[in-house]
Design a protein around this ligand. Sequence first.
Ligand code: AMP
Ligand code: DBH
Length: 583
Amino acid sequence: MSARDDAAAPVRRDEFAAALGPRPSIDVVGSPEVPTWPVDVAAGYRDAGYWTGETFGQMLRTRALEHGGREAVVGGGQRWTYDELDRRADELAGGLARLGVRRGDRVVVQLPNEPVFLEVLLGCLRRGAVPVMALPAHRSSELLHFARHSEAVALITTGRRAGCDHAALAEEVQAGAPFLREVIVDDPAPRPGQRALDDLRGDGLDPDAHWLPNGPDLALLQLSGGTTGLSKLIPRTHDDYRYSVQVSAEVCGFGPQTRYLCALPAAHNFPLSSPGTLGTLWAGGTVVMCPSPDPRTALDLIAAERITVTGIVPPLALAWLDALSGGTWDTSSLELLQVGGAKLDADVAARIEPAFGARLQQVFGMAEGLVNYTRPEDSPEVTFRTQGRPMSPGDEVRVVDEAGQPVAPGEAGALQTRGPYTIRGYYRAPEHNATAFTDDGFYVTGDLVEQTPSGHLTVVGRAKEQINRGGEKVAPGEVEHHLLAHPDVVDACVIGLPDPQLGERTCAVLLTRGAPPTAASVRRFVRERGVAAFKVPDRVAFVDAFPTTGVGKVSRRDLRALLTAQLLAPAGEPAHPEPDVRR
Ligand code: AMP
Ligand code: DBH
């Protein structure tokens, strides 16, 4: 990072001094490890007014000066004004500084949909610490990967939520991540070796005593769904992420009147930035944190809090539609329902507006950058059948064939993109970057799309191995790695099978030695390896041999065809919700 070292900054509390141990090196933005835009391209984005140099810490302060007494965030029985959120972010930033967390240091953050999420996120951003945006669903294997790969100095988590003891989980992570000096828990009675979040509150950040971040600095590390292996970390700068939040808010018509329900996990790129919670704060609106996306909780909150907009994934759209058809909820305040993260069926799309009395907006985005939206002026045909068009005039998209040549207009091809908020490389992944980005800096999205003359994109398929389980992305290789650790498993292949609710479900196809284990025991084995529940295979099947391609690689396509025919075709077999299938 371009930061100067502020280790000499005064440590104002003795108890924190002991925490100052050896530090990992600070990243240099623009190094092969943390790729960034070429200097001339960056200058162009600044000249065009896309990048303003404003950091998220400054953005919040500006909004507090403008809207101080207005409600910023609501949830868990709390209602904070912009002034209060700003003060809390300042205190958190000050607390981090006293702990010796410097500008550029990585901090893994795993928090539920509660106001504290924004307090900690904005505290980190104001300090210039770089949050790694873990989801509440992540377990030890993912958290360890994030902590180790980023050499995080701290982990900020919650107590017990939704049946998971996050403090105990943090203890596991602590044991395996040597750089992790601090585990901070949002719980007044932390475990030994952990610290209460309350300890960080109290004094604000003294702007003279600490170096604060600048626009080109890393703001946060988002997570990619991954394709073949573990999640990649996505380096987003204050300049580019703030720009994406601003354009999103403008395109979606967010303003001080906006009341946004954060129904998806708050750390995910969609509810965070498209326009999400940060877009709502950019616009001076109110964020309402929804503790769970189940229809009853969410629809009750929409009515009680007079929500005007929310964003959900297609399976939730189905579940909410189903609830609305069987009960009465007041959704009269809702103006816009965003659906994205996975392909929305056109017929389901057409049901949204009559059921909710709100306009549908399709959102096709990626944590790496590019976000597409349908717009109010789009015809029903375009709104139902396409996933929108790029949000910024600075977005460049091209649709290419296997040789990398542009396809004829309207034909399907692979989507590549670059622009003022699309990364030029993953964090600390030079080898992967060599193929995930073209020589001229386009991100190879792995999505197959068709583009209309109006520029709208329809997602028609995928060239990447990733499985999209209703918006939750599963990298087959990551799950296969866990399956291969099973003592009875010789070889494993994880594929996606069609599913009416989720679009796709995962199926682990196994080659075993001796009598095959039960499907339930295989699933338990994967779960006990400490992975997010959405990655535990929905189905388990056994084969005597894998179909192979000409060069002897396992043919996922043939396997998918075989399993789709074998597992889903027989009449009477419950496709849902019964997850285990033994063959
Ligand atoms: P990630 O890179 O993990 O952030 O996931 C982004 C990917 O999700 C995209 O590249 C698409 O494959 C998929 N995706 C997101 N939104 C949509 C959508 N509206 N329709 C179809 N696929 C989508
Ligand atoms: O799926 C995604 O990653 C996604 C979907 C909609 C996203 O990152 C976004 C909007 O910003």
